[in-house]
Ligand binder design. Structure first.
Ligand SMILES: Nc1nc2c(c(=O)[nH]1)N[C@H]1C(S)=C(S)[C@@H](COP(=O)(O)OP(=O)(O)OC[C@H]3O[C@@H](n4cnc5c(=O)[nH]c(N)nc54)[C@H](O)[C@@H]3O)O[C@H]1N2
Ligand SMILES: Nc1nc2c(c(=O)[nH]1)N[C@H]1C(S)=C(S)[C@@H](COP(=O)(O)OP(=O)(O)OC[C@H]3O[C@@H](n4cnc5c(=O)[nH]c(N)nc54)[C@H](O)[C@@H]3O)O[C@H]1N2
Ligand code: SF4
Ligand SMILES: [Mo]
Length: 744
C-alpha cells in the first residue's frame, strides 16, 4: 500500500508499552505536528513528551539512512547490495569454518515494538538455528516469564492488574507514572489511579525511592533493595495466619510444600532484611486479606535483582492465596488478538541446554546476556565469532559494559540493525539502518497480551519507505543464510511466499488451534498477495481468539483493523481463563517447582549486606539508551545524576551538584549528586542508558555515566541468570570533578 503523505493520520507510538494512539499532521514527507488521538479505544488520548518528539526523530539528520560498511577509514556509506554481499560472504565463511553456533543474535527492546522487525528477525533466527540467542529480556523481564512458565507452564501467561475494577493495588519496583507501565500496557495511569481513589481504592508502593508514582499513592514503604522475596514471604505467612487458603478451584499442586518452605521465614527476619517494620508487613497482609478485589504487581525493581524469579513467583502466589488471580478486579490474563500456534509438547522451556562456558541455563530458548562476553572471548568449539544485533545497544544496557565492549572488538564480524550510531554499533562491520517509525506499520503482537483491557489496533505506514523495511531486512538476512547468496527481488518474493506458507502450515497442523485440518492453499489465497509482515499479521489475527478463522465465523481480520484506525475494543478483561492458559499436566498450577524450593533455601542463606546499594530508575525524557539526542527531550537537562539521601550526603561531605566516584570490582564512574529525602538511607539511584563515550557526543548525545560499567556479570538472578542490575553493592567517595571521557 502506498501511503498518501498529506493530511492527518493515526499512528500508535512505538516507543513504550503505553502504546499511545497519536494523530500526526503531515504535508508531503514532513511531520507538521503530533497530538494525542483522543478517539483511540485503548489510550484514549494519552501522550508523553517522547511521543511528541517522534517528529524530531523522523526528521533527525543523525538518524541513519544508508547502510554503513567498515573500511580502512572507518564506517562508510555503502549500497544495500554491497552491505548484504559482505554480510553473506562473512557469515558463510564463519559458518563453514566453525558451524552455526559461531553466529549469535542479540535482540534489543525495540523489536517488541516493531512488528516487521520482530517477524523478520524471527525468520532469520529460525533459519539460522543457532542456540546463541541473546536478548534484552535477560536484562529485563525473563524472571517474570520464567516464574509464569514454572507456575503455569506458559511464559506468556503474565497476569496484569485489573486496574479499572481493583480496590487495592500493591506495587513493587515499578514506577508507571514515569515508565507508563511495563508487562502491563496501561496508558493514562494517573487517570486510572484517580478513578481507583474515587471508588475508595488504595495504591500501596514498595520501592526504596519515594517515586513519582509513590507520591500519588496512599502508602509508600521504602524497602531495602533486593529484599522483596523476604517481605513477600512474610506477607504470605501472615495471610495464612489470618486464615487465607488457596481456593480449590485453582487446582494448585504443591501448596503444602511451598508453605512449609516459606514458614522458615519469620516476620522478624523479613523486617530485618527489608527494613519494613513487622507491624507494617502485617498491615499489608491484613489489607490484602480484607480487600474485596486486590492485585499485586511487580516490575523491573523485582525482576532485575538477585531473587528476580522467586520474587515474581511469590507475587502470583499472593494473587492466588487472596483468590484474586483470574477474577475481575484482581490479577487477570488479557486476551491477545494475535495468535501463534500453541507450543504443545512436554517439558518446560527452561534449562534444556546450558551455556558453553559457565553452564547458565537456557530460558525460553535464550542464553542470558551475562554469558555474552565470555562466549566471545573463550576459545574452543562453539566460540561465538559473529553477532547480528537487532535494535539493541548492549554496550550500554548489559552488565560489565567495558568487558563487553572489549569482547565485541574480538568478534570476526558484527552487524547492527539500528536507526542510530550507538556505543555498540561503533564496533560493527556493517550497520543496516532501520526505517523511521512513520515508514513502518505497527501492531503490538507481543505486548497485546498484557493490555489493561482487550483491544486490537493496527497502524499502516504514514510515509512510503525510502529503504528496505525491517521485515525485508530480516527476510534477506535469512535468505543469505539459507541460500548463501544475495537474493534478487524475485527470489526474495518467492522466499517470502515460502515463509507465509510455512506459517500457515503450522496453524493448520496445530491440533489445538482453530485452523486445524484446514486447507493450506485456501488460507494462503484468503490472506492475499500483498507483501510485507502484514500477511503473517493477518494470519495471526484471523486465527486468533477474536478472529474470523478464515470464514468459519464472524470475527476480526486485518482489514477490519485498517478500516477502524482508532482500534477495535473487545472490552474489559475476562475472568476464568485458567483452564486455557495453564499448560501443565492436568491443567494444574504448580506451586512447588523444585527450582523455587531450592531458591527459598538460597534466600535463607543470603548474607546480610551493608554499605551503599545502587539501584536504577527511568527518566521521562529518554527511553533506555535512545532519544538522548533529541533536543526537544534532552536539551539543557541533567539526566544522569545520582540521587542520594541528604543524611548520607552530609556524612560523605558532598552537596547537590558536586561529584562523587562510584566504584565496584568492574569499574569506577564519576557522577554528579542530587541530594534528596525521597530515597532510603544507604540506597543511591542512577538512571541507566547513558555513557561517557566522547565520540558519540558529536551526535548530540546527552552525556552521562554508564551505570552498567559497574555491574559484574556474576551478579545474577539465581534461576534465570538475568542480570541483577539493582541492589548492587558499591563504594562511594567524593570526587573533585568528572572523570575524563573514556577514549576508545
Ligand atoms: N542498569 C540498568 N540497565 C538496564 C535496565 C535498568 O533498569 N537498569 N533496564 C533494562 C531494560 S528493561 C531493557 S528493555 C534493556 C534495553 O536494552 P537494549 O534493547 O539493548 O537497549 P536499548 O537502549 O533499548 O537500545 C535500543 C536500540 O534500538 C535502536 N532503535 C530504536 N528503534 C528502532 C527501530 O525501530 N529499529 C531499529 N533497527 N532500531 C531501533 C535505538 O537507536 C537503540 O540503539 O536495558 C536494560 N538495561
Ligand atoms: N520514560 C521512560 N519510560 C520507559 C522506559 C524508559 O527508559 N524511559 N523504559 C521502558 C522499559 S524497556 C521498561 S522495562 C519499563 C520499566 O518500567 P518500570 O519497572 O515501571 O520502571 P522503573 O522506573 O525502572 O521502575 C523500577 C522501580 O524499581 C525500584 N527498585 C529498584 N530496586 C528495587 C528493589 O530491589 N525492590 C523494589 N521493590 N523496588 C526496586 C526503583 O526505585 C524504580 O522506582 O519502562 C518502560 N518505559
Ligand atoms: S507514553 Fe509516551 S513514549 Fe510511551 S507510547 Fe505513549 S507517547 Fe509513546
Ligand atoms: Mo525493558
Amino acid at each position: 500500500m502506498t501511503p498518501d503523505t498529506s493530511g492527518t493520520k493515526t499512528r500508535i507510538c512505538p516507543i513504550c508499552e503505553a502504546g499511545c494512539g497519536l494523530r500526526i499532521r503531515t504535508t508531503d514527507r514532513q511531520v507538521i505536528a503530533i497530538e494525542p488521538n483522543r478517539e483511540d479505544v485503548f489510550s484514549t488520548g494519552h501522550v508523553c513528551a517522547k511521543g511528541i518528539a517522534l517528529k524530531e526523530l523522523d526528521a533527525d539528520p543523525d538518524r541513519l539512512r544508508t547502510p554503513l560498511i567498515r573500511r580502512a577509514n572507518g564506517l562508510q556509506p555503502a549500497t544495500w547490495n554491497e552491505a548484504f554481499a559482505l554480510i553473506e560472504s562473512k557469515l558463510s565463511q564463519i559458518r563453514q569454518a566453525h558451524g552455526t553456533s559461531a553466529i549469535g543474535t542479540y535482540i534489543g527492546n525495540p523489536t517488541a515494538h516493531n512488528i516487521g522487525l520482530s517477524m523478520g528477525l524471527g525468520v532469520f533466527a529460525s533459519t539460522l538455528g543457532s542456540t546463541q540467542v541473546y536478548s534484552a529480556g535477560s536484562v529485563d523481564q525473563l524472571p517474570k516469564q520464567l516464574a509464569c512458565e514454572l507456575m503455569f507452564g506458559n511464559d506468556m501467561a503474565i497476569p496484569v492488574p485489573d486496574i479499572e475494577r481493583c480496590d487495592y493495588l500493591l506495587m513493587l519496583g515499578a514506577n508507571p507514572v514515569v515508565s507508563n507501565g511495563s508487562l502491563w500496557m496501561v496508558p493514562k495511569f494517573r487517570d486510572k489511579l484517580r478513578a481507583l481513589h474515587d471508588r475508595g481504592g488504595k495504591l500501596v508502593i514498595l520501592d526504596p525511592r519515594l517515586t513519582e508514582t509513590a507520591r500519588l499513592a496512599d502508602q509508600h514503604y521504602a524497602i531495602k533493595p533486593g529484599a522483596d522475596a523476604w517481605l513477600l514471604s512474610a506477607v504470605i505467612n501472615e495471610l495464612r495466619r489470618l486464615g487465607a487458603q488457596i481456593p480449590n478451584h485453582y487446582n494448585a499442586q504443591g501448596v503444602e510444600s511451598l508453605f512449609a518452605s516459606l514458614a522458615q521465614i519469620s516476620s522478624e527476619a523479613a523486617a530485618l532484611r527489608s527494613g519494613i517494620d513487622i507491624a507494617d508487613i502485617h498491615a499489608i497482609a491484613g489489607a490484602l486479606h480484607t480487600a474485596k478485589r486486590a492485585a499485586v504487581y511487580g516490575r523491573v525493581g523485582t525482576t532485575l535483582q538477585q531473587f528476580g524469579t522467586l520474587t515474581s513467583f511469590l507475587i502470583e502466589v499472593i494473587n492466588l492465596l487472596t483468590g484474586n488471580l483470574d477474577r475481575a478486579g484482581g490479577a487477570m490474563f488479557p486476551e491477545q488478538a494475535f495468535a501463534t500456534p500453541t507450543h504443545s509438547g512436554s517439558g518446560l522451556n527452561y534449562n534444556r541446554y546450558q551455556s558453553r562456558v559457565s553452564g547458565y541455563p537456557e530460558v525460553l530458548g535464550q542464553m542470558p546476556v551475562v554469558a555474552l562476553s565470555e562466549e566471545i572471548t573463550t576459545p574452543g568449539d562453539g566460540q561465538l565469532r559473529a553477532l547480528v544485533c537487532f535494535a539493541g545497544n548492549p554496550v550500554v544496557s548489559n552488565p560489565d559494559s567495558d568487558r563487553l565492549a572489549a569482547a565485541l572488538t574480538k568478534l570476526e564480524f558484527m552487524v547492527c540493525i539500528d536507526i542510530y550510531h550507538t556505543e555498540t554499533s561503533r564496533y560493527a562491520d556493517v550497520i543496516l539502518p532501520g526505517t523511521s517509525p512513520f515508514e513502518d506499520s505497527h501492531y503490538d503482537s507481543f505486548l497485546g497480551a498484557m493490555g489493561y483491557k482487550n483491544t486490537a489496533r493496527y497502524s499502516p505506514p504514514i510515509f512510503p519507505a525510502s529503504s528496505p523495511s525491517e521485515w525485508q531486512m530480516g527476510l534477506t538476512l535469512a535468505y543469505l543464510i539459507k541460500q548463501a547468496a544475495v537474493p534478487t527481488p524475485q527470489a526474495l518474493n518467492a522466499f517470502e511466499d515460502d515463509v507465509v506458507a510455512a506459517a500457515v502450515s503450522r496453524h493448520v497442523n496445530d491440533e489445538q488451534g482453530p485452523l486445524f485440518g484446514r486447507d493450506v492453499q485456501e488460507i494462503i489465497a484468503a490472506i492475499g498477495p500483498d507483501r510485507g509482515a502484514e500477511r503473517l499479521l493477518d494470519l495471526g489475527i484471523r486465527a486468533g481468539r477474536w478472529g474470523d478463522h478464515f470464514g468459519a465465523r464472524n470475527g476480526l481480520t486485518l482489514q477490519q483493523l485498517i478500516d477502524n484506525p482508532n482500534g477495535i475494543d473487545m472490552g474489559a478483561l475476562r475472568p476464568n481463563r485458567l483452564n486455557e492458559v495453564v499448560r501443565l499436566k492436568h491443567s494444574s498450577i504448580n506451586l512447588a517447582p523444585q527450582e523455587i524450593l531450592l531458591e527459598i533455601g538460597r534466600l535463607l542463606a543470603q548474607p546480610v549486606t551493608s554499605g551503599f546499594q545502587l539501584i536504577g530508575r527511568r527518566n521521562s525524557q529518554t527511553n533506555n539508551s535512545w532519544l538522548r539526542n533529541l533536543p526537544m527531550l534532552t536539551k539543557g537537562r541533567a539526566l544522569s545524576e545520582l540521587e542520594m539521601n541528604l543524611e548520607d550526603a552530609r556524612l560523605l561531605g558532598v552537596a547537590s551538584g558536586e561529584w562523587v566516584q562510584i566504584s565496584t570490582t568492574t569499574a569506577t564512574v564519576n557522577v554528579v549528586v542530587r541530594t534528596s529525602n525521597a530515597i532510603r538511607r544507604g540506597t543511591v539511584s542512577l538512571p541507566h542508558g547513558f555513557s561517557e563515550d566522547n565520540e558519540l557526543q558529536q551526535h548530540r548525545l546527552t552525556p552521562g555515566a554508564n551505570y552498567n560499567r559497574l555491574v559484574a556479570t556474576s551478579q545474577i538472578d539465581g534461576l534465570s541468570a538475568t542480570a541483577a542490575l539493582n541492589g548492587l553493592s558499591v563504594n562511594i567517595s567524593r570526587a573533585s570533578a568528572a572523570a575524563p571521557s573514556r577514549q576508545h
